[in-house]
Design a protein around this ligand. Structure first.
Ligand code: DNO
Length: 346
């Protein structure tokens, strides 16, 4: 069981993470290197040292951001792919076995409301396609969640325009080009790559999104059919689409080759309409995800990789990074371990 930590600027100290029963691993990244540059060895080592010093281990890198020029297939991509491979080599060299990344154009995960109030007084992240349509992109990403890259108004317009000529099939081609180069590099570094599904799993702002469900994940792993080319199964991202049967997806991917699921993100969402959902506490009863079914399927395919509770609500007066407070994620970690214990039968 692992927890995500956003480095030294994260308001949650590693010492607190260490006190969540059963959490032994940390999921983190190097945050002070611009997207596209390779991660300096000293930064990678210092990250691991901080985690070790807290009595935890650096289990997963999430994420090494993929520069937009790679997704757009621009000529500069070769240099950028090389830099990405160098970062993978550096994290492999210190013994980290999994790298999570995504291939979503321009935006990473997207919500229309970062603090929707639930009946119990907590707040959660919510998405409503109709509400998103009213967003004003002319302000850049200033009003949007904080991901690896931020854009001012002109940069954002130029980037969104650049994707006008990139169809979903073209994006698949660019993803294939990327994988053909990074999978061998990961293999020699002893790293498993784990693409994160698009969140939400459909097109937003007219941009193509392709990693949206079971069929897409299978297509992806077959593009470069090697164990190092795998996926992160994010129950919340995939679970926003009612057509995604999570246990079935896990059974299929978990049985491909030596198993292609390298990382699990577990969180619950409640679907409340067409392309409309909000996040909930982790247990199955609160949302649309059958978390017990997910755990049973993982057990069936012999999953032994890292798992983390994904976003939590803000509860008990906590404030902080949307989705990444301490308390509700800690509750999630306990629930998930309870399910796992029951499923494994110890
Ligand atoms: C959201 C996260 C994502 C994830 C990236 C992986 O909270 O799951 O931002 O880290 O998509 O590259």
């Amino acid at each position: 069981m692992t927890l995500r930590w956003f480095g030294p600027t994260d308001p949650i100290p590693l010492a607190y993470i260490r006190q969540i029963p059963g959490v032994t691993g940390v999921v983190s990244a190097v945050y002070d290197t611009p997207v596209g540059d390779s991660w300096p060895r000293a930064s990678v080592e210092s990250l691991a040292e901080q985690v070790d010093a807290a009595g935890l281990s650096l289990a997963v890198i999430e994420s090494i951001p993929v520069h937009e020029d790679i997704k757009l297939g621009r000529p500069s991509r070769d240099r950028l792919v090389d830099a990405w491979c160098e970062s993978v080599a550096r994290v492999g060299a210190i013994g980290v076995g999994v790298v999570c990344y995504n291939f979503m154009p321009v935006f990473d995960w997207m919500r229309s409301n970062l603090a929707m109030r639930l009946p119990d007084g907590s707040t959660a992240l919510a998405f409503d396609d109709a509400e998103l349509a009213r967003f004003d992109l002319s302000r850049g990403t200033r009003d949007l969640p904080g991901w690896a890259a931020a854009y001012d108004a002109a940069e954002l317009r130029a980037l969104v325009d650049a994707y006008r000529t990139v169809s979903a099939e073209q994006l698949w081609e660019n993803l294939g080009y990327f994988l053909e180069r990074v999978v061998p590099a990961a293999e020699s570094a002893g790293v498993h790559l784990a693409i994160h599904p698009d969140d939400p799993p459909w097109s937003i702002f007219g941009l193509p999104r392709i990693v949206t469900g079971g069929a897409a994940l299978e297509r992806l792993v077959k593009l470069v059919d090697r164990p190092a080319n795998g996926v992160t199964v994010c129950t919340g991202s995939l679970g926003a689409d009612p057509d995604n049967d999570l246990p079935a997806i896990i059974r299929r991917l978990g049985r491909m080759g030596e198993g292609r699921i390298h990382f699990m993100h577990c969180r619950n969402v409640k679907r409340t309409g067409e392309r409309r959902f909000h996040e909930t506490p982790h247990p199955s009863a609160f949302g649309s995800v059958d978390m017990l079914g997910v755990m049973r399927a993982l057990r069936e395919v012999g999953y032994t990789g890292p798992m983390r509770p994904d976003h939590g609500r803000m509860i008990w007066g906590e404030t902080g990074r949307p989705g990444y407070g301490l308390y509700d994620r800690a509750l999630g970690a306990m629930y998930l371990q309870g399910l796992w214990e029951a499923v494994v039968g110890v």
